[in-house]
Design a binder for this molecule. Sequence first.
Ligand code: SRM
Ligand code: SF4
Length: 564
Amino acid sequence: MSSNLSEFEQIKLASRFLRGNIVDSLADPVTGAVSDADAGLLKFHGGYLQDDRDLREERRQQKLEPAHAFMLRARLPGGVVTPAQWLEFDRLAREFADGSLRITSRQTLQWHGILKNRLKPTIAAIHHALVTTMAACGDVVRTVVCTANPVESATHGLVYAWAERLSRHLTPHTRAYHEIWLDGEKRVGEVESEPLYGAHYLPRKFKIGLAIPPLNDIDVLSQDLGLIAIIERGVLIGFNVAVGGGMGVTHNDPSTYPRLARVIGFVGVDDVLTLAEVMVGVQRDWGDRADRRHARLRYTIERRGLQVFQDELEQRLGYTLAVERPYRFEHNGDRYGWIEGHDGLWHLTLHIAAGRLTDVDGQRTLSGLRELARVHQGDFRLTCNHNVIVANVAAENRTVIDAIVRNHGLDGYLRQSGVRRHALACVALPTCGLAMAEAERYLPTILTRLEDRLAHHGLLDTPILLRISGCPNGCSRPYLAEIALVGRGPGRYDLRLGADFRGQRLNRLYRQNIDEQTVLDVLDPLLGRYAIERNEDEGFGDFLIRNDLIESGVATASVQVRDA
Ligand code: SRM
Ligand code: SF4
């Protein structure tokens, strides 16, 4: 690793604990943007500078600056939202943003299209709803995710509580957020510090997730630190510790790769906060601060070696991790429909296509959730598969909920094909500055065309895991899909095949840089064989691997993989 600090490391160091010149940038009336340095720092406050890429060329020709607006992301550990919060978030979506809410693949909410002068009132309103956007993005521990239905048993509730505590424990201490967005007083003369993060924070984002087997709806092995709950005789005794997962890749750069986290041991419940804090400290000290492409924990581990990393971790902890406990995952999708919890309350999982709640193009999902929030007395739980659970419903209130769901077309999951129910697509165009191809907007089209082929083979009801991302950063975790399309350019994708439906095997590159027709033509014979030759309950990915059908169609794989 070079000892040079990357440009962004220097910006962070000079930022006075994430203040930079954000206040001046916000006040600048000449542009709808903020300076590059402040745009980087703004991420720590939960905001991304974006522009409408559909309008870029037109505005360039008119010699106008891009149509800038901001995306805001909430930090919602475990994805829990009360009805009152939902109503406020919905209001903000309609009054300050683009009229939609977006559930993310890390079970939180985003608002797109917020103009610069509306950022501050929006953040303040989110704060007054007792939620923060602080550390939803940036080089810190992000929103801690957790298996999304933690109310089926009392133990599930405990795991959610750990997600919440981890998130709180690992939130930055800086007062910058209060000063900039909430008109908090500047503390004159007081020396500020970040005991965990230090003045330049982490080399890169750090993701933590807690899974409760047999559900792996959070894709625990894609996390930097994955914690697998071990429940024995109904008691949560601790967590298996998995380290170094991650998805983001750069096309044609084999030094970047997706990697599954590896389980290195077991930790008792009382030690989990310290374990996470100490591990974040090792990554803070050892992570690559010269090259952001190699700065995530997985590269630190690969560079130093897993055993050296574990030795350092245990030396700082002052004890050796116990041997991992047995666990088994069955599925990484969501379970749609009503489920009864341990206390007699009910939970309804609804499918939200690509996580977008909106009232345009004949959809009424935004107003449907608003109506639900008006009558619902429990809470909402967002899932890492872009869905929402109407949770903690008394049996006698189910009829009212069902009627609202039906009236707003939120009951689609009852009729959808197996592939549509489980599909994920990242945001991509028009807001994501890194998108190379469509994802969210393309999902309905490719699904309909794929469904034609599936119907032909009698596979319409078979669950198949399709994930699309507009670039190789992998925000929909495409490397864990049975079928993945990873964007390369307009209308062109890498086709990857062969992950399992449990989030425990990465897929492989099958064809590179192909168009939709080729995707469908290439898949068709494989689906045909799957329909006829599969074993009972065998997933598409497992079938392809068992029959050795994924011989890469390209000379060199653009993306290497590191399996666990
Ligand atoms: Fe992501 C960057 C959207 C989950 C890997 N991600 C981005 C940005 C912020 C683009 C940017 O940097 O300018 C995207 C904003 C698009 C927009 O307009 O909203 C973006 N990522 C998303 C979301 C909204 C996708 C979605 O469809 O839900 C997800 C928000 C999660 C959240 O609430 O925090 C989202 N991103 C993920 C995941 C999945 C996960 O964490 O489970 C991954 C893969 C796991 C991982 O981190 O390895 C992911 N996003 C990335 C990367 C690649 C990181 C890397 O280490 O290589 C980038 C690019 C970067 O950070 O430089 C990125
Ligand atoms: Fe944007 Fe790429 Fe992430 Fe999709 S995968 S949201 S295109 S960064």
